[in-house]
Write a protein that binds this ligand. Structure first.
Ligand code: TAP
Length: 483
């Protein structure tokens, strides 16, 4: 498929090239510092073109066991005993290598996952490097992170990550684990294994001792085998609430430590005194960033009744200008839906929204012929009971409701099983404090949305999970802290 097969919103196409690096025809599993053949393989597909990019290994119980053994050996003999400043040097090296190979990682991430290159280039990859830099700095300062406490490592960590931020989630998980002296077995998502495998190559280039990081690709069964492995001391999972619940049941009574970062249904709340144009940008960024495949996406918009018509009109005008198309084109605002399965889920919930009586609007532009696409979509006339208001769609679909008072906004925003994030748009600082204390969410942004930083803890309440990642809170989840 050529770049011209995609729509470019009236702009001249500006595709990023993919000929400056190699994607191998097939990848094995990265176990104990070596590339190990898996008994079978599966294809990883470019969701924007339906083309096969590569074939990757499918790890079964035997390979997962081999990886955990490698991680245990590296933990017992080397990594947990290494002077922390030496561990830090490896992390700094990995961070710098990610920066050096940033363009390659950004292109592969967009090809394998479907996200616009502007996002993988400006958000995913720089943040992944930042997570390694940040945690590299903590490696030899853990006793200052928790003053007065004895701090030690935990052991072997089993980590399972989703497909929406593949490299970034790997960095979120691996960097703090290594900084605290643990070793790791990581299972990337089935539809987006490539940047984790490229990270394994980079880790080899960084000279990290064998077994400290192991990467086993596969499907849900591979993740389950890892989580249930008796020699795993801690489980770190990011993914859906349904799988998170199953994991919590499986670790119950085993003594394994665990953190669960799960789904969300964030409220983005716009008051009549907000800077409206900025708020409209924030609404667009909140729900259409990464095609809405974002756990903290602002998927429920609450607009104060007095400005609702104005905000919705401006929002529609802005959405008309969004470019849906080639993820590798630098003009693209909304890329491809990550998989056919996810596209079917989005279509199904959108149909439910219409059937339940909400009013759907989509912009006039088309979408490319091949691949998985869904237009940015708004729903008005939504009720709290509608499934599109209660359930995580994980796609570019926004449910809009109105409110009259801050109390009503808080009550409606909190009426969800989730509690991951939220946003408040207002000119008044006092209102921001009132709202942020009233909202039941782990992260609340004020007059902005979807901003991330490794120093800032991230995580949820209720069905959005348990534990935090990032900052000191995230660090404490990877060490034993005894006072
Ligand atoms: P899941 O279906 O839960 O998959 C997440 C990971 O778990 C994948 O690697 C998956 O493997 C694996 N997995 C599936 N079944 C498993 C099992 N029984 N035991 C162990 N591992 C298993 O989620 P997803 O659809 O990839 O990701 C979307 C979800 O992640 C959304 O709900 C989103 O909100 C959430 N998410 C949350 C956050 C935070 S920080 N809270 C961040 C990003 C995403 P396969 O891919 O091979 O099936």
């Amino acid at each position: 498929m050529s770049a011209n097969d995609f729509l470019s919103g009236g702009f001249a196409a500006a595709p990023e090239s993919s000929d400056h690096f190699e994607i191998k025809k097939s990848y094995d599993l990265f176990i104990d510092g070596k590339w190990v053949k898996a008994p079978k393989q599966f294809e990883t597909i470019n969701p924007a073109t339906d083309e096969v990019i590569s074939r990757v290994g499918f790890a079964g119980k035997k390979e997962v066991n081999q990886a955990v053994k490698g991680a245990r050996k590296a933990y017992d003999n080397l990594w947990s005993k290494m002077p922390p400043a030496e561990r830090g040097k490896y992390l700094f090296r990995i961070a710098r290598l990610i920066q050096e190979r940033a363009r390659e990682f950004a292109v592969v991430e967009s090809m394998d996952g479907g996200k616009p290159i502007r996002e993988s280039r400006d958000v995913d990859v720089p943040l992944a490097a930042a997570h390694f830099f940040y945690h590299a700095g903590w490696a030899d300062k853990l006793k200052y992170a928790f003053p007065g406490a004895e701090v030690s490592s935990i052991g072997v960590v089993g980590q399972v990550i989703p497909w929406n931020f593949p490299l970034l989630m790997a960095a979120w998980k691996i960097a703090p684990a290594l900084a605290c002296g643990n070793t790791v077995v990581l299972k990337p998502a089935e539809t987006t294994p490539l940047t984790a495998l490229k990270l394994a190559e980079l880790i080899q280039d960084a000279g990290l001792p064998p077994g400290v990081v192991n990467i086993v690709t596969g499907a849900g069964d591979t993740g389950q085998a890892l989580i249930e492995h008796p020699d795993v001391d801690k489980v770190a999972f990011t993914g859906s609430t349904a799988v998170g619940k199953a994991i919590r049941r499986s670790v119950a009574g085993t003594g394994k430590r665990f953190t669960l970062e799960l789904g969300g249904k964030a409220a983005n709340i716009v008051f009549e005194d907000a800077p409206i144009n900025e708020a409209v940008e924030g609404i667009v960024n909140g729900i259409f960033f990464n095609q809405g495949h974002v756990c903290c996406a602002g998927s429920r918009l609450f607009v104060q009744e007095s400005i609702a018509d104005k905000v919705i009109k401006k929002l529609k005008k802005r959405i008309e200008s969004l470019v849906v198309g080639n993820p590798l084109d630098k003009n693209t605002d909304i890329g491809a839906i990550n998989s056919g399965e996810q596209l079917a889920r989005i279509k199904n919930l959108v149909k439910v929204g219409k059937d339940e009586g909400a009013c759907m609007w989509q912009p006039s532009g088309g979408v490319p012929r091949k691949g998985n696409w869904f237009k940015p979509t708004l729903f008005t006339e939504c009720a709290q009971s509608h499934r599109i208001v209660q359930e995580e769609i994980f796609g570019p679909v926004l449910a809009i409701q109105t409110f009259r008072t801050p109390q009503e906004a808080i009550a409606k925003a909190n009426n969800t099983p989730y509690g991951l994030s939220g946003g408040v748009w207002t000119d008044k600082g006092s209102k921001i404090f009132k709202m942020t204390t009233g909202l039941n969410a782990g992260v609340v942004w004020a007059n902005t949305f979807n901003k991330f930083d490794p120093t800032s803890p991230f995580g949820g309440y209720k069905e959005s999970g348990i534990g935090r990642e990032g900052g000191l809170h995230g660090l404490s989840a990877y060490c034993q802290v005894s006072y």
